[in-house]
Design a protein around this ligand. Structure first.
Ligand code: NDP
Length: 450
């Protein structure tokens, strides 16, 4: 399936992005998806053309690449590469997570940072876009190795951070343990207890209640809103959630709370199918306590089946929530989902659907919530954590969750209304990209040529 044509003003801009960023396929994909939506915006807002806002927004404000040397448990020296891409600070300090995964290279960090600009804009909170990480693989490493790596990583990164400058958080491979080691090293080097410099912190050292749950809860709230807009709800729906990490776990929890039944989850080795419903406490024990593999779930829940190397999208469901990684749903998977009766897709992961897959969902007119809208609850709650840190306060779980819920409802409504305003009702891809872009673009024009 060929990509949608770009507006004639936007095609040369995209060609220039390809020329300047060779080999960064995920970044190209993320830029193209946004540009495909912006043709009508250029007509309505000629000032964005005049001020070259799109050309500027596609070029990160700053890109930092650094060596991360560390010693493993055998005393051998290991070298990894660290990244921080500070993409856009028109709306606030750079904000976006750190990813530790062997697949990480500049193109992945740039796609994530680019997406983050629009996602953060949609939250309505004062945060710019950035992303970082390393090709370090935390799997199978001891706590000591993780600590030494995190300390070395922060020994370079700290000089680029600050509560008014750049505020990282977690992402794949970076959770409470890693953020703790990084915050400890930041504090040691700077001699400052600067809580607002990282989010996703532990509850005893400046973290916010609900931050751990926020991305999964938020994505589930977003899907509930999409269903509500169609006079429907999660009640009685069969759901499939890929992954079994932070986002997947709290998506499963919230779906169960809202009356749906999650029958499958996964990791990069295989799929668990539990027709009677996934036992969340068991998943949490395996992933959060034992740091094990999801395959061991079937050894303890005898009614469940483990499918090594299986494709989770072959399992029939009403609602699909991809919550693992980029490009995990291709055109074929999307067609299978639609054929099997899927009526809603909510992306907990970033860019989990390929352009072909997105086209299938849009053509089928199912409720499709793209990641930059559906998974914005994580970063939104990070911004709430920053608010609590700034006022030296901590809010209750109920209050923080209520704020998250309101934010997700607002994002949904903004995307929904923007899609209607631009003549594509029900198209949340257009809604999210256009609404997210306009706010950042307007700020960039107001701030002058910087
Ligand atoms: P975790 O590291 O907690 O979990 C990731 C899960 O996805 C694991 O089950 C992992 O399996 C699986 N996975 C990762 N990479 C691959 C791969 N290449 N192929 C197959 N499975 C894979 O990460 P999170 O839950 O935090 O993040 C999941 C997604 O959500 C990412 O796309 C992230 O960018 C996005 N996201 C996260 C937010 C957050 O607040 N944490 C906020 C917004 C978006 P395995 O263990 O086998 O690798």
């Amino acid at each position: 399936m060929s990509a949608a044509p770009l507006d004639e003003k936007l095609e040369p801009i995209f060609q220039e992005v390809l020329r300047r960023n060779p080999g960064e396929l995920e970044f190209h994909q993320a830029v193209r998806e946004v540009l495909e939506c912006l043709g009508p915006v250029m007509v309505k807002h000629p000032e964005f053309v005049e001020h070259k806002v799109i050309e500027r927004i596609c070029e990160p404000e700053r890109q930092i690449i650094f060596r991360v040397p560390w010693q493993d448990d055998k005393g051998e020296v290991q070298i990894n590469r660290g990244f921080r891409v500070e993409f856009n600070s028109a709306l606030g300090p750079y904000k976006g997570g750190l990813r530790f995964h062997p697949s990480v290279y500049l193109g992945i960090i740039k796609f994530l940072g680019f997406e983050q600009i629009f996602k953060n804009s949609l939250t309505g909170l004062p945060i710019g876009g950035g992303k970082g990480g390393s090709d370090f693989d935390p799997k199978g490493k001891s706590d000591g190795e993780i600590m030494r790596f995190c300390q070395s990583f922060m020994t370079e990164l700290y000089r680029h951070l600050g509560e008014y400058t750049d505020v990282p958080a977690g992402d794949i491979g970076v959770g409470g343990r890693e953020l703790g080691f990084m915050f400890g090293q930041y504090k040691r080097i700077t001699n400052r207890y600067e809580s607002g410099v990282l989010t996703g912190k532990g509850l005893t050292w400046g973290g916010s209640l609900v931050r751990t749950e926020a991305t999964g809860y938020g994505a589930s709230f977003f899907v509930a809103e999409m269903l509500r807009a169609r006079g429907d709800s999660f009640d009685g729906k069969t759901c499939v959630v890929s992954g079994s990490g932070n986002v997947a776990i709290y998506t499963i929890e919230k779906i169960h709370e809202m009356g749906g039944k999650v029958v499958a989850c996964s990791d990069s080795n295989g799929v668990i199918y539990a027709e009677h419903g996934i036992d969340l406490a068991l998943v949490q024990r395996i992933k959060e306590v034992e740091r094990g593999r999801i395959g061991s779930y079937a050894e303890r829940d005898r009614k469940a089946r483990y499918i090594p190397g299986g494709n989770i999208w072959d399992i029939p469901c009403h609602v699909a929530m991809p919550s693992a990684t980029q490009n995990e749903i291709n055109g074929r998977d999307a067609r299978t989902l639609v054929k099997n009766g899927c009526i809603a897709v909510g992306e907990g992961a970033n860019m989990p659907t390929t352009p072909d897959g997105i086209r299938v969902f849009l053509d089928a007119k199912i409720a499709y919530g793209p990641g930059k809208a559906a998974n914005a609850g994580g970063v939104a709650t990070s911004a709430l954590e920053m608010q609590q840190n700034a006022s030296r306060d901590s809010w209750s779980f109920e209050y923080t969750e209520k704020r998250l819920h309101e934010i997700m409802r607002n994002i949904h409504d903004l995307c929904y209304q923007t899609a209607e305003e631009y003549g594509t009702p029900g198209n949340y891809v257009n809604g999210a990209n256009i609404a997210g872009f306009i706010k950042v673009a307007s700020a960039m024009v107001a701030l002058g040529l910087i």
